[in-house]
Each structure stands twice: as C-alpha cells, then as structure tokens.
Design a protein around this ligand. Sequence first.
Ligand code: PAF
Length: 295
Amino acid sequence: MPIIHHHISSLQQTLKPLRSQQRIALVPTMGNLHAGHLQLVKMAKQQADIVVVSIFVNPTQFGIGEDFDSYPRTLEADVAKLDSVDADYVFAPSIDEMYPVLPPPTKVIAGAIALQLCGESRPTHFDGVGIVVAKLFNIVQPDVAFFGQKDYQQLAIIKQLVRDLSYQVEIVGAPIVRAEDGLALSSRNQYLTDAERQTAPVLHQALQDLAEQLAQKIAEDSFDEVALQSLLTRATQHITKAGFAIDYLEVKTTDLQPITFEASTLKENQQDLVILVAAKLGQARLLDNQVVKIN
Ligand code: PAF
C-alpha cells in the first residue's frame, strides 16, 4: 500500500533522505482516479524510483457556481487503485494545509495563454491550477512530473510555469487514455447519464473526422480561412446534433498560437496543428483534443 501523508512536513521528512540517490516523480491529481491517472503512475514508475501521487481537490481552480462542492472525493478507493500500480506515496493535504490563507494573497498569473479556450469561460481557472502546481512542485521537489494531454491547455500552461519560474522539473505529457468507444477518460464522465454516456463518443468521432478533413485540405493546398470555417461548421453541426452545447471548437498551432492559413507555410514548417473542444453534455463539461500532423 502507498504511504499516505496529509502534512507537508511529514512528506518532506520522508523524501529528504531519498532525494540524493533516487529520482522522484510527482503525479498531481484531484483524486477520483480512473485508468488515465493509473497510466500516468505506470509511466512515472518506469521513469523514476519513487512515485508520489497528490490527491487534492484544489479550491482555487474552481469558479463560483462550479462543481467544487460536488467534486467526488474518494480517497480510500483511490489509495486502493494506487496500490495496484505500486505508487509509493500519496500526498492528500487538507485545504488549510495547502492554503493557510484562502484565497491566497500571492498569485500565479498564467497570462494570455490562459485567457483563451477554457479560460474564456473559466477566467481564473488556470491561475488556480498555476498556484497549486507551483506549491506541489515546491513541496515535493520532483525530478519529473506527469500530466495528461487531455487537458492540453493545462499542460501548455504548466510548461510555461516551469520555464518562467525556473523549476528544475521535467514535464511529461501522457497520451489521452480513451474508453473502447473513444471517449476520453475523465473524472467528470461520471456526471453523464446512461443515455449521455452512449452519445459522448461523438465528440471524439467529430474531432477525428475534422482532423482528417483538415489534413486533406492542407495536403491538397486548398486550406484557407473559408475552408476552415466550413469544416468547423460541419463539425459543430455533428456535435450539437448529438445534444452537446459547445463551449469552443478551435484549431491552433500545437503551442496554442493562432494558425497561419498558408498550406505551403504549414507544410514547409511541418507545423502540426491541434483541434481543441470543450462541450457540455447534460451536467458534464467534456474536453477533448486531436493533434493533426502536417508533413
Ligand atoms: O488536472 C488536474 O487534475 C488538476 O488540474 C491538477 C493538475 C491536479 C491541479 O489541481
């Protein structure tokens, strides 16, 4: 069984003597673990000697009226799952332990990258992710940390944080883990009713279709703003017809910059693209993305 620490000091005391000889990995989570999280831990076990999994439902990343209160807290079941993948330590602090003053007067502002996409409807979300991840890095001082690529924008913001605040931690983005029908695994999938769960894979199908059509347009040199708009309209219809309310459906460069509309430039630079979507189905807000390789 992984050893559980609820306090920063006890975790740090445990890790201190290990640090010089052993590579420490951190897998930050908000608990309610699924196969996607366990995959991160398995990857971490392969790349480090010691794996610390943090489980903390972070209040600063939830906006007013969001699901902070109802977010599933399932520590006992999570620890059992972590045992099955040989995690070494679980760090499960209380809110007071993490935030002696809440909201914390010291801020981590993620900037422009955080204001687009999810940031348009959740303007303070990534600042909350930024401060908690910064604190976790300071507490655990990992050599390497693992995040899922499903939260594509979050991963980009964490890489920016590491660059800007000079953290000596390697960031590994792990491929999206999907159910057999293609739905990206997420703790929030459990908000779906049975009927919605049947419909939910449409999101992934629509992104796959869009990715194929986009790659084809670029290959044929017939990619421009009008072509993109028409592909986006078709994908939007596909998704909304299934019952989703789309928050955003956008195409960006893989570093989340606006795209150029010259197919020749995209091809010459081998500029891969990423399609990103957030859409609500009933109570669940689902995220997904698909990288489009350009060569
Ligand atoms: O992706 C998550 O589960 C959370 O945003 C994270 C990175 C654990 C920070 O609370």
